[in-house]
Design a protein around this ligand. Structure first.
Ligand code: SAM
Length: 199
């Protein structure tokens, strides 16, 4: 377990939403309650190699830093430069790449063992189908056997066409997708999709 610093400010997140609403996709960072649900659902506390997509202001990163084993390796892929700058400051021991999750080269030797946990904070319902496919197509081949992919959906928004398409796409790539109960202590309330690759 590591000690952690205070989380980044909600105003910083809102500022970036106003500038880049299409990619930020939310007006507020995820709550500690949702972060906790993501940690439990992914069994992040047992992970050896962790990939985070869209860490933003670090709502999930902070929870990951708290629970991940000392010897575990982490990399976060975030396209927003302002967020990456702050993530480097807030989590100096962790690796962040300023890049698009759909383009980052995960075939590098550093990642040769694959990831046993992939945690996504990406706003899937704000993405066109082509981008959903490109991102999942780039990262899921690197989910290790027995590994777990978790992502959240805002309750109600998951019924929108883009939300339904994402759910179908995920199910076509990883069978046995399950959902958690709704975390009401989040703005908006959200639940988690949990998908495991067979061991
Ligand atoms: C809804 S915010 C979530 C932030 C944080 N994980 C949380 O839950 O509070 C989505 C984040 O994904 C990032 N993002 C959007 N598209 C991305 C992409 N293609 N590759 C990497 N990061 C992306 C945004 O810049 C933003 O920081």
């Amino acid at each position: 377990m590591r000690s952690i610093r205070p989380p980044m400010s909600a105003p910083a997140f809102l500022r970036e939403f106003v500038r880049n609403w299409k990619t930020v996709g939310a007006v507020a960072p995820s709550s500690p309650a949702l972060a906790e649900m993501m940690m439990e659902a992914s069994r992040c506390a047992e992970a050896r190699h962790i990939l985070e997509l869209g860490p933003g202001t670090g709502a999930f990163t902070q929870a990951i830093a708290r629970v991940m084993p000392d010897q575990a390796k982490y990399v976060g892929l975030e396209l927003n430069e302002a967020f990456v700058h702050r993530l480097h400051e807030e989590f100096p021991g962790m690796r962040f790449e300023c890049c698009c999750a759909q383009k980052f080269d995960l075939t590098q030797p550093d990642f040769s063992e694959g990831f046993d946990v992939i945690i996504s904070g990406l706003p899937w319902t704000a993405f066109p189908e082509s981008l959903q496919k490109a991102i999942l197509g780039n990262v899921l081949p690197h989910l290790a056997p027995g590994g777990c992919f978790v992502t959240f959906a805002y309750f109600g928004f998951h019924l929108l066409p883009a939300g339904q398409h994402f759910r179908e796409l995920l199910g076509s790539l990883l069978p046995n997708v399950t959902t958690t109960e709704v975390v009401w202590a989040n703005l908006p309330p959200a639940f988690v999709y949990v998908a495991r690759r067979e061991a």
